[in-house]
Design a protein around this ligand. Structure first.
Ligand code: CA
Ligand code: CA
Ligand code: CA
Ligand code: CA
Length: 399
């Protein structure tokens, strides 16, 4: 409709009536409303990077407007990931409608997940709060895993033994002469790998890569192959098998509820039948809610469930996530011993399995994997930080 001057006047009058509160009726002018917007941005590199939150007024104010703000950590942690602020203040000059609220973010070169923190506005003067809390997502923009070589290192020889095989993982790729990736979620034959595990194993560089002379198996939260987590699993089945000897593996382990790294062995030939009749040797397992304890275990028995001999080793101080440790078995006919950093913590002998068969005097192959969730560790919860990684420096086998 084309507005005649008369209609225009009516429209203006109506608008005036609707919006005007200063007609002497005792109403106070409506205050502008303050809103803060969410922000998603790459973390950045080079030390520090300002995250600039856009804060706006619904309309210009005739005088200054001040509002206070406080940061709160989420998966992003104060000091580690951003500079925390408590009761910082932001002032709009009269007539100003938009300000940027800067929070410095730590811009390092270490790989992390996408982390979040929040900024909450409070105690405004000259305005009211409309949208008071903004969520910032710090997007990971790094590929390097943060670790040093610190930790225990094993001797390079043992009396009566010679080195028969090793992999130092110093190259840029997995040596396919010895190793195979086992990808997937175990389906259709053994979905969840028999333990209700939640991960999908892949051989993508996201889940398995090499850095600083170490093999890295990385578990992360992502939707892939119908699962919500990905990770990696490698094994030497059909390529490199062992019977007896000392096996040393130097590794730094992940942590957190539902995180389950394992260095273990299964029989190359199921001489005594399917699992557990032909045995399983767990050289090292850790459940991430006990980051200072590893387990050495034998599984055996007639099935379907296994009999087991399992013992744990607890570090005198710190966790297996803090630095490298060396996990070992010394395996002889009718006897297996487990060590951490050269400290013997468990011995299992043929006599210990009682009336059961001792299936361990046979050829076994190696498996390295990092599981997420499952019957033993339980599932990750809100306290679990991802990604997590198991870093392996070397494996050495002496006979
Ligand atoms: Ca960070
Ligand atoms: Ca960065
Ligand atoms: Ca980073
Ligand atoms: Ca190495």
């Amino acid at each position: 409709m084309k507005m005649t001057p008369f209609l225009l006047l009516l429209a203006l009058a109506a608008g005036c009536k609707k919006g005007g509160n200063n007609g002497g009726g005792g109403n106070t002018p409506a205050l502008p409303r303050i809103s803060i917007e969410d922000l998603t941005q790459a973390e950045g590199n080079g030390g520090s990077n300002n995250f600039n939150f856009r804060v706006t007024l619904s309309e210009a104010a005739s005088g200054p407007v001040t509002v206070y703000y406080t940061t709160n950590g989420g998966t992003g942690v104060a000091t580690e990931d951003f500079t925390s602020v408590t009761n910082g203040s932001l002032t709009f000059a009269a007539g100003e409608r938009e300000k940027l609220l800067a929070v410095p973010v730590v811009a390092d070169d270490a790989r992390e997940g996408d982390d979040v923190f929040t900024v909450t506005l409070s105690s405004p003067s000259g305005a009211t709060l409309s949208r008071a809390t903004a969520t910032a997502t710090i997007q990971n923009d790094d590929t390097r895993i943060p670790f040093t070589n610190a930790g225990y290192d094993a001797p390079t020889s043992y009396p009566g033994y010679s080195l028969v095989w090793s992999d130092d993982f110093n190259g840029p790729a997995l040596n396919s002469t010895f190793w195979t990736n086992e990808n997937g979620d175990g389906c259709p034959n053994i979905c969840g790998w028999g333990n209700n595990e939640l991960e999908y194993y892949t051989d993508r560089p996201d889940n398995l890569f090499f850095q600083d002379g170490k093999l890295v198996i990385l578990a992360q939260k992502e939707s892939y192959g119908g699962k919500q987590y990905t990770s990696s699993k490698i094994l030497t089945r059909g390529k490199k098998t062992f019977k007896y000897g000392r096996i040393d593996i130097r590794a730094k382990l992940p942590k957190g509820k539902g995180i389950w790294p394992a260095l273990w062995l299964l029989p190359q030939n199921n001489v005594f039948g399917g699992w557990p009749r032909s045995g399983e040797i767990d050289l090292m397992e850790l459940v991430g809610h006990e980051p200072n304890k590893v387990y050495g275990t034998l599984h055996f028995g007639p099935g379907p469930g296994s009999q087991q001999i399992s013992r744990g080793y607890t570090l005198p101080s710190g966790t297996f996530h803090d630095e490298f440790h060396v996990f070992s078995v010394e395996w002889k006919q009718d006897e297996i011993k487990w060590f951490v950093d050269g400290n013997l913590f468990s011995t299992a002998r043929k006599a210990d399995v009682g009336v059961n068969n001792w299936p361990f005097n046979e050829e076994f192959y190696l498996i390295f994997n990092l599981a997420v969730g499952g019957n033993w560790p339980g599932n990750p919860d809100a306290s679990t930080y991802l990604p997590q990684w198991m870093v392996v420096d070397y494996i050495r086998v002496y006979q």
